[in-house]
Design a protein around this ligand. Sequence first.
Ligand code: SAH
Length: 292
Amino acid sequence: MADFAALFDRKRKLEAEPMPAGAKAPKRQSTEGQASPEPGKKKKKKKKNEHQPDAQHAGPRPKVTDASSSSAKGDRRQQRMAAQLAGASFRYINETLYTRPSEEAVELFRDEPRLYEAYHEGFRLQAARWPQRPVQLIAEWLKATQPRTSVVADLGCGDAELAASVPQRVHSFDLVACNERVTACDIAHVPLGAQTVHVAVFCLALMGSNFVDFLGEAHRLLKPHGILKIAEVSSRITDAEGWDRLLHALGFDEVARDSSNTHFVLFDYVKSDRPSASLPAVALKPCVYKKR
Ligand code: SAH
């Protein structure tokens, strides 16, 4: 479980700084400054003894302490509170990742590595509700269409599910190395040489406000005519024309687009011979989750 005091300290620090245009400020935690441990819940009226059918006849009831049921209640309450806190911290970290430059995400997890666990737990819960997860489609695509000798960079890999699912060599990068397959780095600066990979993958990973740096880095890593595979949440691409112009200006040619999924779009690009041009300013909408 994360150290939430440290989390809220950092939250306050971030709130004191200006947010990028159009970004939503993180919401205040509803539990802050409240005396009740269960905000929003009405207090139930306690039943008095005299309303109980046998109370008048049997005299005062001996006080029976049902240790097992009261501890079960306590457990349930603790679980509920833990789930609320985990949900709040997931939403806060998620929003930070989407609305701030990636160097702040690096700092956030460097100072509080346990927040990463909280984030990933939340991500897994969200992703489990999707009818299909894009990482599975990308794994199928790699297995079915790419040679086993291809070298892949999975940028923003999470727990490196892709590397575990395909026969190709996959270099897996994320802000925190949550297992031995992952190399920790900011994907704006990947510790691999230029033109070393055949395929670069961003699966739901264009999160920082400087996501264009990530795309530029993929261009550097890819061999000539290498493939850039992107899966992104459909609702984030509000400026589709701007998105196309940006990818073209970065030096990528679109070869396939699959919008058939309800939650995300899959793009395939090929690194072109054309030098990159001056880049249009394009934003992706942060994918923030509402409090349930
Ligand atoms: N690709 C994985 C995980 C998606 S969640 C999958 O589809 O299952 C998005 C991931 O991108 C998170 O693990 C997050 O930590 C990572 N990420 C976001 N910004 C990053 C950055 N600047 N550098 C490295 N990883 C980043």
